[in-house]
Design a protein around this ligand. Structure first.
Ligand SMILES: [Zn+2]
Length: 352
């Protein structure tokens, strides 16, 4: 008897995807209050040969849309035709927030604090439960794509717990200059995924409600590079020499010493010395002015973009490294310079 050596189908939402094929599913979520039906698109690429099962998630916070474009570009890569394993791409997880252009769900809850969720809890918990049971539980690896919250901007960075050697390998494979070795936030997708034994990275880059080309290009390149590292795609000889990443063990926010109008010249990736003036905050006429002074040395990995500030608000997110901050700032500047201009091209035609 000849044994069928074809890789088994991938079963999803009562359908099957054959090895070597790809398919888009619509995962139903609760209706809008108009009774209009709503669903989350999930694109499954089921490789011809066995391998890891990787999820890519975007817009878990509904207004963080860089990930939507990153996932679209990854799905266009012709290299997926020769992929091992299975890719589950979910560009818009929080469809409610995405429609309303806000971070939260209509019940004002944060989806990324509602995991693992439950099938009978709040809307946020139901959405979390759906994502966990349908996507996370099927996977071995995951990359969750975020941006800074509204009116903030983030330097492209990987956030991961580096105690786990496999996660560390994945984090380094993303080939970004900066990794933040962070603690896991309670109720986050990352926390639940790790309980399921799924290796997860969080990629943070750019602003809410904006596309940022540097962040998008770093994200697409990083995901392809991680897919090579975990054996989903064949490794290619590197076209450029990649420096090993700098790992920050801690980071702090410099907060506003008083309310007022904030002026700064500091950009993402800039180096900061302890005691340095980072900006000035004054009343609208400039009578009562206070300097914003850094209490630490490091690199600016996040900043507020709105000048209208209330005392105590977070202004600059500064990461501390063991390596020389000047060297890191130079590497970051080179990375920014490497980002090419956007090419406006039509999407590839796909049947489903
Ligand atoms: Zn987020």
């Amino acid at each position: 008897m000849v044994k069928d050596k074809r890789r088994p189908d991938f079963e999803f939402a009562n359908e099957k995807v054959r090895a070597g094929e790809r398919y888009t599913f619509n995962l139903e979520v609760p209706d809008l209050y108009t009774h209009t039906g709503l669903s989350i698109p999930v694109h499954v690429v089921h490789g011809k040969r066995a391998g890891p099962v990787l999820f890519l998630s975007g817009a878990v916070h509904g207004d963080e849309i860089n990930g939507v474009e990153i996932i679209r570009r990854v799905l266009e890569s012709p290299r997926l035709a020769a992929m091992n394993g299975t890719l589950l791409a979910v560009p818009v997880v929080n469809i409610f927030g995405f429609l309303n252009q806000v971070r939260y769900l209509p019940d004002r809850r944060d989806l990324n604090r509602s995991f693992p969720g439950s099938d009978s809890g709040s809307l946020a918990r139901r959405m979390a439960d759906l994502f966990v049971t349908q996507i996370v539980a099927r996977c071995t690896h995951g990359i969750d794509i975020h941006t800074a919250a509204i009116h903030r901007d983030n330097l492209p960075q990987i956030r991961a717990v580096l105690d786990d050697p496999e996660t560390e390998q994945m984090a380094r494979a993303f080939e970004l200059p900066v990794i933040l070795n962070t603690q896991i936030i309670g109720g986050s997708l990352r926390e639940t995924a790790e309980k399921y034994g799924v290796q997860v990275l969080v990629y943070e880059a750019g602003e809410a409600l904006r596309f940022d080309e540097w962040s998008i290009q770093c994200g697409v390149r990083g995901i392809i590079s991680v897919m090579q590292s975990i054996g989903m795609l064949r490794k290619r000889a590197p076209r450029r020499k990649v420096k090993p990443p700098f790992v920050a063990q801690r980071s702090i926010w410099i907060r506003a010493p008083q309310s007022g109008i904030h002026r700064t010249l500091l950009t993402l990736g800039a180096e900061v010395r302890k005691g340095q003036v980072l900006g000035y905050i004054s009343d609208p006429l400039g009578y009562h002015e206070t300097a914003v002074i850094s209490t630490t040395e490091g690199i600016v990995i996040g900043r507020t973009t709105i000048p209208l500030i209330t005392e105590g608000e977070a202004l600059f997110h500064i990461a501390s490294f063991e390596e020389s901050t000047s060297e890191i700032a130079e590497v970051l500047d080179a990375s920014l310079q490497q980002a090419s201009d956007v090419e406006l091209r039509p999407s590839q035609k796909r049947t489903l």
